[in-house]
Design a protein around this ligand. Structure first.
Ligand SMILES: Cc1ncc(COP(=O)(O)O)c(C=O)c1O
Length: 638
């Protein structure tokens, strides 16, 4: 769409389509008539809550950007959706077992999050999966429902087993999943000592593998789980100890974010065969645990691309239930209770990172002079000639010249053969050339590959008040895509193409790949900044894995975290607030003592008084500034 036309005709529906909001939003988000992104607490016909209004409320309460916003209703809704979908499939297919979900605590260990999951999961006996002693103790402090499963995965030492067995004595529904061959001996020794008959599970290394980032979690050479021969050894040992009735569960985990339903089906079939084998060995069994993997459609493309999934939740549940039934019915084996450890699909939607844009850097098109000074070097002249000759038919040739002579100009400058002003002239012509090529290429039917990078080179840089390393580690580490969108002004045409740079001093601290229905794109459509007005962006679906993987790069600490709970009538409450780290907090994490820093600074300031650099009262105000600095937020404060 031509720019002028777009400016006049741009509608909210265009923004909804451009940013794919209805594709990835899972019905939780929409855009209001005033161009603001809204949350829909009770579906599309219900009331709406503007994210901008939430930010205004936070600012009145003294919270600066960035803020991690959690919406409690979403969490409850996701847990209900997973259970209802499984219940529907179970009922429709006449499956005899039940569905029991567990939330893998590693996906978001924050107390507030796990507590909410436990509360929202109570009506469904939704349990927790833990992979370490710390996670186990956290889970024990939160689970109230004795029917909810508490699945202990991960490598377990004597203390881990002991904690779990003591929990079982208190009435918790604990499953110990054996991940290493040596674990069984430790468990048997301890359980005999305590007189507890444990519920034992085995994690199987399936041959099946899922494609995607986490493909190594599955397959026979995966680091986790037991091989077939090790599982047979477990059966023999339990038999010998008269404890085969304690073997209750088979577990496997193919990997996270399984985007292709075929991989899920292949895994379930192989897992069910393993389950069948264990029943035929005489184990009591009763539970089949498929691990995680239920994917989130981050890019909204509904495909088997790694940031999407080619199935719906209902299709996932139906396929799983049907595959298990088909195999076990052939063998007349009772249907087990199905456990899944869905992490990402439970919490991703729940959190949004909100931040403001501090400034932009824009490549300016400055006028190119018609005549060049007489002594202009050859390289700059050639750039000028390319600029003058450019037309739709010679774009590639002019582009090649632009790149070559721009390089020459830089070399001449580095070797001292041209001065600053001549270099500047060359740069101006080069950038003007690229901008004209960028405009002209829009009229080409077949755009040469070389031109693909031009938009990126010319993109504006929007400086966002956040840290990729702290808040979106997967965007940096594994190029994970998240939906990033402006949360207001969506009735306006986003006339700029930009990338987003964070406020760490690291060239990796940027977001330069964005969701797109055709795959991924390198720039994001954004609005030009307006003087005196904030511009806010939101990064959506960040509730899974991001918070605890984040780090303190450049000493940017935890952001402010605020949870809201919406009522059905469109009202909402700020139910929980956690102030982000202060500068003093993060200095403490890296072994500084804020008190000692102040003492040292006080000594330096006193010396300055003695040397006559400052007065005693100036020392007072300088020290106040340092104290305020230590108390302040680690992010940019307006
Ligand atoms: C054993 C186990 N279960 C469950 C999960 C959660 O997976 P997801 O977030 O894809 O549901 C993981 C994470 O990789 C895992 O290792």
């Amino acid at each position: 769409m031509a720019k002028n036309q777009a400016l006049h005709q741009w509608k909210i529906e265009d923004s909804i389509e451009l940013y794919g909001i209805h594709n990835w939003g899972a019905g939780f988000f929409d855009v209001a008539n005033n161009g603001e992104v809204v949350f829909l607490p009770s579906g599309k016909d219900g009331p709406t809550i503007s994210l901008l209004e939430i930010i205004a409320g936070l600012q009145e309460r003294g919270y600066d950007m960035p803020v991690l916003l959690r919406i409690e209703n979403i969490l409850a809704s996701r847990i209900a959706a997973i259970h209802q979908s499984f219940r529907k499939a179970i009922k429709n297919l006449g499956y005899q077992g039940e569905y029991r979900g567990v939330f893998p605590v590693k996906v978001n260990q924050q107390q507030q999050v796990v507590e909410k999951i436990v509360q929202a999961g109570m009506p469904y006996h939704h349990g927790l999966e833990v992979g370490s002693k710390g996670e186990l103790l956290a889970a024990l402090s939160l689970i109230r429902d004795r029917e909810a499963c508490l699945v202990c995965n991960g490598y377990k030492d004597e203390e881990f087993f002991n904690l779990g067995l003591q929990a079982q004595r208190l009435g918790f529904n604990v499953f110990f999943v054996l991940e290493l061959p040596g674990e069984l001996a430790v468990l048997l020794k301890l359980s005999q000592r305590l007189g507890v008959r444990p519920q034992i599970g085995v994690r199987s290394k399936l041959a099946a593998k899922a494609t995607g980032h986490w493909t190594d979690s599955g397959g026979e050479r995966s680091s986790f789980g037991l091989s077939i021969s090790e599982i047979v050894d477990v059966v023999d040992t339990l038999k010998a100890n008269n404890m085969l009735d304690c073997l209750r569960l088979l577990h496997y985990h193919l990997g996270s974010q399984i985007s292709n339903i075929r991989d899920i089906r292949t895994g379930v079939m192989e897992g069910t065969r393993m389950y069948q084998g264990l029943v035929q060995e005489g184990a009591a069994m009763g539970f089949l645990n498929l691990g995680g993997g239920l994917a989130v459609d981050y890019d909204g493309s509904h495909t088997n691309y790694i940031t999407s999934r080619n199935y719906t939740l209902d299709e996932y549940c139906t396929d799983v239930v049907e595959a298990i039934m088909t195999i076990l019915d052939e063998q007349n084996i009772a249907h087990p209770h199905i456990i899944t450890e869905s992490g990402r699909a439970t919490v991703a939607y729940y959190s949004i990172l909100l931040f403001n844009i501090l400034d932009t850097s824009v490549v300016e098109e400055t006028p190119v002079p018609e005549e060049l000074p007489e002594n202009t070097p050859e390289a700059v002249r050639n750039l000028h000639e390319a600029y003058a000759a450019l037309n739709i038919r010679n774009l590639q040739e002019c582009y090649n010249d632009a790149i070559y002579y721009h390089d020459e100009v830089r070399k001449l400058f580095s070797t001292g053969q041209i001065n600053l002003r001549t270099r500047n002239l060359g740069e101006r012509i080069f950038w003007a050339l690229l901008m004209r090529i960028a405009r002209e290429k829009a009229h080409l039917k077949n755009v040469p590959r070389d031109f693909e990078d031009i938009d990126v080179i010319l993109a504006d840089i929007y400086y966002g008040n956040f840290s990729v390393f702290q808040s979106l580690p997967d965007a940096w580490a594994i190029d994970q895509l998240f939906p990033v969108i402006p949360i207001h002004r969506l009735q306006e045409f986003p006339s700029r193409q930009g990338i987003i740079s964070d406020i760490t001093c690291d060239s990796d601290g940027r977001i330069d790949h964005f969701i797109d229905p055709k795959g991924r794109k390198a720039t994001l459509d954004l609005h030009p900044l307006k003087k005196g007005e904030e511009y806010y962006l939101g990064v959506f679906l960040v509730g899974a894995y991001q918070e605890t993987l984040g780090d303190l790069h450049n000493l940017m600490g935890d952001t402010n975290v605020v949870a809201i709970r919406a009522d059905d009538d469109g009202g909402y409450q700020y139910v929980r607030e956690i102030r982000g780290d202060s500068v003093a907090d993060i200095l403490t994490y890296v072994e500084y003592e804020p008190r000692r820093i102040l003492e040292d600074l006080r000594t330096t300031a006193e010396l300055a008084v003695r040397e006559g650099r400052i007065s005693a009262s100036e020392r007072y105000s300088i020290m106040q500034a340092f104290e305020d600095g230590l108390r302040g937020y680690t992010y940019f404060e307006r």
